[in-house]
Design a protein around this ligand. Structure first.
Ligand SMILES: [Zn+2]
Ligand SMILES: [Zn+2]
Length: 236
């Protein structure tokens, strides 16, 4: 697969010092996509054809619903429902034809419905963006010592993004620097998860009337950050 360098947004994301730079970049990509799909592009034939077939996942149907501008969305939903109607009619016929072995046919129809539910045009575009961002992280690490320092000093990555970062490293980092890269990534994770555990403990002080210790300001959002670390960014 051919990736694109996205130097400026990646540098900016690391400078913002978030819990996970890829979460910040993914969230920005998601916001851009919401604007994209609620804008005029939803009307272009190319997007309409794809939308009719595929639609969005649960999260993205709802994010679009919460966004501004409903005309394009209402038209797209209408034609997408038309496709779904035809698809359901075919499913019904398949089950009816199966007669006594309807159970098996229902099983395959249910599987198809579930596949359809997770097939999302927006997820696909965001995934592609995130791959490019992870690629840029690995490339900048190789080419710019200043970025390697920023990476080393960063909070690292949430667990969902860690997997992609490690895989991208295995693909992009030359063999002779692989062990140094992997050691660095795990070192960052272990340092920042250790810090996070300390902050979670400091967070609990405010509920403990037997201690004089006060929750320090840096620990006030520890629960939020722990969840972001474990699960990536969530609904905002
Ligand atoms: Zn993340
Ligand atoms: Zn989606």
């Amino acid at each position: 697969m051919k990736y694109e360098l996205q130097t400026i947004p990646v540098w900016k994301a690391f400078e913002a010092e978030p819990e996970c730079a890829l979460c910040l970049l993914e969230q920005e990509s998601e916001q851009r996509n919401v604007t994209f799909f609620l804008g005029n592009s939803i009307m272009t034939p190319e997007i309409r054809v794809k939308l009719n077939e595929r639609g969005f996942c649960r999260r993205h149907f709802h994010l679009l619903l919460a966004g501004e501008g409903k005309l394009g969305y209402s038209l797209a939903l209408g034609t997408h429902l038309e496709t779904i109607e035809k698809r359901l009619a075919k499913m019904e016929r398949r089950i009816a034809r199966a007669g006594r072995s309807a159970g098996k046919a229902v099983g395959s129809v249910a599987e198809e419905l579930r596949r359809h539910e997770s097939d999302c045009l927006m997820c696909e575009r965001i995934r592609f963006n995130v791959l490019n961002f992870a690629y840029t992280v690995a490339k900048l690490y190789l080419d710019e010592p200043e970025f390697a320092d920023a990476l080393r000093a960063s909070n690292g990555f949430c667990l969902p993004h860690l997997a992609g970062v490690l895989e991208m490293g295995a693909e992009v980092i030359p063999a002779k620097r692989q062990s140094e890269w992997n050691a660095l990534i795990f070192e960052i994770e272990s340092r920042t998860i250790g810090q996070l555990r300390t902050h979670l403990e400091e967070f609990t002080w405010q509920f403990d009337y037997q201690t004089d210790k006060k929750t320090p300001p840096h620990a006030r959002d520890a629960v939020q950050r722990a969840v972001e670390r474990l699960a990536g960014y969530g609904p905002r």
